[in-house]
Design a protein around this ligand. Structure first.
Ligand code: ADP
Ligand code: GN1
Ligand code: MG
Length: 374
């Protein structure tokens, strides 16, 4: 099982030796586990240095990202491009692009004695991330952050970036994988499992809505972030403005709708995706309006009529898709997402399905918001 305990096996000595590969000035003072990601392992390295005092060290989960070199390639291409854009046209507010840090022998990664793949990125000082949105103004900032990200990547041709995670957000592929898992697993039919089985079965046809729109040319292939859940947006600790979008492993060709859906499904769930009280889960339309207003303050310029037409479906689909991914992983024995206990992915699935239901029950209100803000 992919438990947090068996992932965090790295001894402090080993971690220090790995961090030192990326350290040019000062000594490594401390290393602490950081963040709450479901895939990679993240550490904050503190240096005894008068210059940069921190950096982020990450072990890439190579069971998920099979070609970690192409992730680093994409990250260097995107960050270089965005930095150039900002130098040419500076913004009138703080905005940071994380820098890839290199090793002493000029590599963008380090492979340790056990074959694990490590990389380092600059730390955005004076910033913080949140698992839930606390008010309308923060919602606007989250939307602005996604819009700024799409704006900065929008003039990079999609073919400049590699596909770092084949099948990511292709909902019919997740459905196919789910059906394969079901066929080879003897499922213990608890009431919760039965509920999930029925929930997925009722939405089989809907699953292909964005892929069909892509295939028929209604939605163009663009570059996307892939994982803009709200804790991947950093806020200035003093001004509370959004200052960066991080977690760039899934920046690759795709649909901006995957990002819009993911940002809204994570931002508009005030109890957060890790709650075990799935009956309290609901989609907050006020936050939705705030996020969309912030997003469109930057993104209006590059969105088409069709883009707006598929926004509601994107919100519904990405919540459903994540529930399906969690549920399939539960059935498969927790092989993809890190878990804290054996039922963790089942609970997460129930949360996303409750959110999907809440989205479906507010379809007209959400469609009206999209019309209103566009
Ligand atoms: P994961 O893939 O595990 O989600 P992230 O790259 O999102 O990893 O990092 C986990 C957390 O660490 C983030 O939510 C954020 O709080 C913090 N973090 C990551 N990168 C940076 C950075 N460059 N500067 C400041 N904080 C960061
Ligand atoms: C994973 O790594 P993290 O926690 O930022 C997942 C996302 C999910 C998210 C749900 C590569 O993101 O797709 O939306 O968990 N990332 C990958 O919390 O699968
Ligand atoms: Mg993250």
């Amino acid at each position: 099982m992919n438990t947090i305990e068996n992932i965090k096996t790295q001894s402090t000595n080993n971690l220090t030796a790995i961090a030192e590969q990326f350290t040019f000035q000062g000594k490594v003072k401390s290393i602490q586990a950081f963040g709450s990601g479901n895939i990679n392992d993240t550490f904050l390295v503190t240096l005894d240095s008068s210059q940069e005092q921190h950096f982020i060290l990450q072990r890439i989960n190579t069971q998920v990202f099979r070609q970690p070199h192409s992730i680093m390639q994409n990250m260097c291409t995107f960050t270089g491009h965005a930095r150039k854009r900002l130098q040419q046209n500076p913004l009138n507010r703080r905005w940071e692009i994380p820098r890839v840090l290199f090793t002493k022998d000029a590599q963008d990664h380090w492979i340790d004695a056990d074959g694990a793949f490590w990389r380092a990125i600059s730390f955005i000082e004076g910033s913080q991330s949140f698992d839930t949105i606390r008010d309308r103004s923060q919602a606007g900032e989250v939307g602005y952050a996604l819009g700024m990200f799409h704006n900065l990547i929008g003039d990079l041709p999609p073919e400049k970036l590699a596909d770092t995670l084949e099948g990511f957000h292709i909902t019919p592929r997740y459905l196919q994988n789910y059906n394969e898992v079901l066929a080879k697993t003897s499922v213990q039919k608890t009431p919760e499992v039965n509920y999930c089985l029925q929930f997925v079965s009722d939405r089989q046809i809907f699953a292909s809505i964005l892929e069909d729109a892509k295939a028929t040319g209604k939605l163009p292939l663009r570059l996307m972030h892939g994982d803009p859940k709200i804790n991947n947006v950093l806020f200035d600790a003093i001004t509370h403005q959004a200052v960066s979008v991080i977690d760039l492993d899934t920046v690759k060709p795709g649909l901006v709708h995957y990002d819009i859906g993911d940002c809204l499904r994570s931002g508009c769930n005030p109890v957060g995706e890790e709650t075990e009280d799935w009956e309290s889960v609901g989609f907050d339309t006020d936050i939705c309006q705030g996020i969309l207003q912030g997003y469109l303050s930057v993104a209006k310029a590059f969105l088409t009529e069709n883009d707006y037409a598929y926004m509601y479906d994107a919100i519904r689909l990405i919540a459903f898709e994540l529930g399906l991914r969690f549920f399939a992983d539960h059935l498969a024995g927790n092989v993809y997402f890190k878990v804290k206990h054996p039922e963790h992915n089942l609970y997460r699935a129930l949360v996303q399905f409750a959110l999907t239901k809440s989205i479906e029950s507010q379809e007209s209100a959400i469609r009206a918001i999209i019309q209103d803000v566009k």
